[in-house]
Write a protein that binds this ligand. Structure first.
Ligand code: ADP
Ligand code: ADP
Length: 229
């Protein structure tokens, strides 16, 4: 069964001169354990769809189900990384990562251990007690990635160009972690990127979102099997 089932999703934003039709009649199933990349030109509605799945935007029309249940808001069953890292400025690096673990009610000592472990993976094990303002932009992005990855309760990871501000070497480490570890833990990823090479490297399936004149979108599926042991 699909983790995400979207039917007839439409979304409108109020713009300066009228309504902006950001998504039209989107139907999509995301099967469990799939790594789905969404690519498409700027403004075609990729982020809007991600925010709908995250529970941060309610679609103007249509139905969206997570494991058969209507999405009514964000929750610790979804790890989210947006383009902007949005860290808690008054919490340390490790405090930021522990925050989500507290939401999922993990005991304190275990949360500390888990947070430290994931910060080591993203290469921030040596700055856990610093505050976000003391970090570089790329490091802040890695904290946001760690915060989402640490959630053991998250079966679905939603990522919107998560690595675009991260240097090439760290980016490769993170991409390989995603494929080698996260996916082997039998989780599902919905990943938005501008970078078609990145999509080809990461994805089981690529969804091309394409707004055509008049904002009636069309999309094409490219199915690619990635052998995974
Ligand atoms: P993408 O992620 O593919 O670049 P978005 O989902 O961000 O696309 O945007 C889709 C369309 O909706 C664009 O025309 C964008 O300008 C518009 N849009 C996005 N967010 C808002 C908002 N909060 N208010 C008004 N218009 C928005
Ligand atoms: P029709 O008008 O024949 O229903 P559309 O051109 O509206 O066809 O949509 C064709 C297909 O593209 C549909 O399966 C729809 O779910 C999908 N689709 C429509 N808008 C978008 C969008 N913004 N992003 C991704 N897929 C879309």
């Amino acid at each position: 069964p699909a983790v995400i089932r979207a039917r007839g999703i439409d979304h409108y934003y109020e713009g300066q001169t009228g309504w902006i039709h950001a998504l039209s009649h989107l139907d999509l199933d995301i099967p469990r354990e799939e790594f789905l990349c969404i690519i498409g030109p700027s403004g075609c509605g990729k982020s809007t769809f991600l925010k709908i799945v995250a529970g941060l935007v309610e679609p103007s029309a249509g139905e969206i189900l997570l494991d058969g249940k209507k999405i009514t808001g964000p929750g610790p069953d979804r790890g989210i990384v947006f383009q902007e890292p949005a860290l808690f400025a008054w919490r340390t690096v490790i405090g930021n990562v522990e925050f989500g673990l507290q939401m999922q009610k993990m005991p304190k000592a275990q949360a500390r251990e888990r947070a430290q472990q994931v910060l080591d993976i993203v290469g921030l094990g040596h700055v856990t007690n610093l505050y976000p303002y003391q970090l570089s932009g790329g490091m802040r992005h890695r904290v946001a990635v760690a915060r989402a990855w640490a959630l053991t309760s998250a079966k679905l990871l939603l990522m919107d160009e998560p690595f675009s501000a991260i240097d090439a070497i760290n980016r490769m480490t993170l991409q390989d972690y995603l494929i080698d570890t996260w996916m082997k833990e039998k989780r599902t990823v919905l990943y938005v990127t501008h970078d078609i090479d990145e999509a080809v490297y990461l994805a089981d399936r690529i969804l091309l979102m394409r707004p055509s004149p008049g904002r009636i979108g069309r999309y094409f599926h490219v199915d690619m099997e990635r052998p995974r042991d």
